[in-house]
Design a protein. Structure first.
Length: 173
């Protein structure tokens, strides 16, 4: 069978297999990733399994330095499923980019982590970062943290699609 020359090849898309056109735009990669994430999480009730697969899929799609969840636990953020190097285990509310996103309930885009006062450097190779709080009933349940080893790696497209992902992840809790 001839492969279709599209980013998302419906003949080949299974839960385990994605077909990515390496020349696709970032937006198209996000569209495919979100579609894939919905398929992966459909029918699976285990939160950790779903969050783990989401981080794996995002890492595979975007080759980010680090991507993972911190989950609110007894008034702290505690490291959850992630892909990338070993990271800080606990973050206090209002501390670092993650704790600030938790306290403000707002996404935070940091083009240069050295310019963010209080940034927590889990790894010196991380140069820019985006953090998206996961909300349910106006309460933050977790944050999604993405780190890049390039400066200024994230933009409005990342924010837009990661906030769409936030809606999917919120429904998993
Ligand atoms: N840089 C984050 C800490 C988490 S690690 O980047 C994985 C922060 O300032 O909250």
């Amino acid at each position: 069978m001839q492969r279709k020359n599209t980013l998302f090849d419906s003949y080949l898309c299974t839960v385990e297999q994605i077909v990515l056109n390496p020349n696709a735009s970032k937006a198209r990669k996000y569209e495919l990733a979100l579609k894939q994430i919905k398929m992966l999480c459909e029918g699976e009730a285990n939160l950790i399994a779903n969050l783990a697969n989401i981080t794996a899929l995002l890492k595979e799609t975007f080759q980010w330095f680090w991507v993972g969840f911190y989950i609110v636990d007894n008034d702290e953020l505690v490291l959850g499923p992630f892909q990338g190097p070993v990271a800080c285990t606990r973050i206090q509310r209002g501390k670092g980019v993650c704790g600030t996103a938790w306290a403000s309930k707002e996404s935070i885009l940091v083009p240069d982590v050295t310019k963010f006062r209080g940034h927590i450097a889990c790894n010196a190779a991380s140069l820019s970062e985006i953090v998206i709080p996961i909300l349910k009933n106006n309460e933050v349940l977790a944050v999604l943290d993405v780190d890049s080893d390039r400066l200024d790696a994230f933009d409005g497209t990342d924010r837009k699609f990661l906030e769409l992902l936030e809606r999917i992840v919120s429904a998993l809790f």
